[in-house]
Design a protein around this ligand. Structure first.
Ligand SMILES: *Cc1c(COP(=O)(O)O)cnc(C)c1O
Length: 452
């Protein structure tokens, strides 16, 4: 173990130290070599050191440098140093995070991290929380609690009786709801396409004035942080209207919920704390390693009621048994990395991470606009939607940016128009990275940076 883990450590360090000097998106050669990892299933045991060497020699070069400083695709955070280190240690621990008797350490770390998260994100201090794989599962987890409660109010126990014969349950979505919310609704038997869809404004915000009259069992899903524009649904207005009608409000805040932790951006998410449940990611803006998402539910009993399992051989010893709140039973100790991120950054460090990346996004937008590109969204957060012309031209610019290798930006479709999206979500991105990436992007687009 000693030699093997020392080798793994040396290889990991070399990987991270050389990451920012190589193309952000792997070239064709390294990708073609991935076949060398294959061949027939080995007939018998091999040397673990050789396994690691092959993985590093073939695999490392074919990775996307999304852990580096100039990856702006999708909404992708890197990994803070303390979280990578904590993750290594937690892998050595190999704890089952299901219950306190399986891992007192992990149960305690979840308790602590959850308390800090509720404080940092300004959510109700006695809300329940679940450490899950990502915002998709967080949406599913929170919506399971929502489904339980709104149907219980109509006299129906959905966990015991299922949905067949249940009172009708209405779901209300914004036209810009993230596809994973619809996926979660599908998995819960509530239908991907049966929701009532509320129109959005030009930034992708749900129009509170277009909310239908609500009655009966209803779940309203709103969004904090549109995946393209970064815009926020008007949470305060929608929560007030929904609660007056007895509806449940769920917030998909995969990255936008972190505005709550940044004094200069918190006005954007005003009112989200009035909702009943929230989903967010830690692997995006908090910059912990994959996979890490978080669900929070105001009514702790609702989440526990929807997800706990009772079996005589499973003791319930602690006040909060982790496995009572998650869809999974056995699972890795992913709260360890969240804890390490919060312990190493503190309140001010998280605020600085959010505010700094937002400032980088604004610099991108200002410089690109100044050079003649079109910025399609109001840049309120860390997201920039940019167009250089028609679809063919945008695709060509994207391909040139990828081939140049300085940085990587992704394609998107915004209000029916194919465009490029820049998301600044990594702790590691510096002002110099933004400038060198701007040079590369403008070179790819045949535009010139205008000095301010
Ligand atoms: C990324 C994202 C999701 C899905 O998150 P995963 O972590 O990939 O499961 C859901 N909603 C929004 C708004 C997102 O940005």
């Amino acid at each position: 173990m000693n030699e093997l883990l020392s080798d793994a450590s040396a290889r990991s360090i070399r990987y991270l130290e050389t990451l920012d000097a190589r193309p952000v998106f792997p070239a064709g050669g390294p990708r073609a070599r991935l076949a060398e990892l294959g061949g027939p299933l080995p007939s018998g045991p091999g040397d673990p050191a050789a396994v690691l060497a092959l993985l590093d020699e073939v695999g490392s070069a074919a990775t996307v440098a999304s852990a580096g400083r100039r990856y702006f695709g999708f909404v992708t955070g890197g990994s803070l140093p303390a979280t990578v280190a904590a993750s290594w240690l937690a892998t050595a621990w190999d704890q089952n995070g299901f219950s306190s008797i399986m891992s007192p350490a992990v149960a305690a770390i979840e308790d602590i991290a959850l308390r800090w998260l509720l404080d940092l994100l300004a959510l109700p201090r006695d809300a329940a929380g679940a450490f899950v794989t990502g915002a998709t599962m967080a949406n599913l987890t929170a919506l399971a609690a929502a489904r339980r409660v709104v149907l219980a109010h109509a006299g129906w126990d959905v966990e015991e009786n299922g949905l067949q014969g249940a009172p009708p349950l209405r779901v209300v979505l914004g036209a810009e709801a993230h596809p994973t919310v619809k996926k979660a609704l599908g998995l819960l038997g509530l239908g991907r396409a049966t929701a009532l869809v509320v129109p959005c404004d030009e930034q992708g915000r749900m129009r509170a004035d277009a909310l239908p009259a609500l009655d009966g069992p209803t779940i309203v899903c709103i969004q904090a942080g549109n995946v393209n524009s970064g815009a926020f649904d008007p949470a305060a207005e929608i929560c007030a209207a929904a609660h007056a009608a007895g509806a449940w409000v769920h917030v998909d805040g995969a990255f936008g919920l972190w505005a709550q932790a940044a004094p200069s951006r918190a006005h954007l998410s005003a009112g989200v704390a009035n909702a009943d449940s929230w989903a967010t990611d830690a692997h995006k803006w908090l910059n912990v390693p994959y996979d890490s998402g978080l669900a929070f539910v105001r009514d702790a009993a609702a989440l526990r009621g929807a997800l706990s399992v009772v079996a005589p051989y499973l003791p319930h010893e602690a006040a909060r048994e982790p496995g009572d709140f998650t869809p999974e039973s056995s699972r890795r100790a992913r709260a360890v990395e969240v804890w390490a991120a919060l312990r190493s950054l503190g309140r001010a460090g998280v605020a600085d991470l959010i505010e700094r990346t937002c400032r980088h996004a604004t610099r991108f937008a200002d410089a690109l606009r100044g050079a003649g590109a079109e910025i399609l969204n109001d840049v309120v957060l860390n997201q920039v939607v940019v167009s250089f012309g028609d679809e063919a031209r945008n695709r060509e610019v994207l391909a040139r940016i990828a081939a140049d290798g300085t940085c990587w930006c992704g394609p998107t479709v915004w209000r029916g128009q194919m465009a490029m999206r820049i998301s600044v979500s990594s702790w590691a991105t510096t002002a110099e990275d933004v400038e060198s990436s701007l040079v590369a992007i403008l070179r790819a687009a045949g535009l010139n940076l205008r000095s301010a």
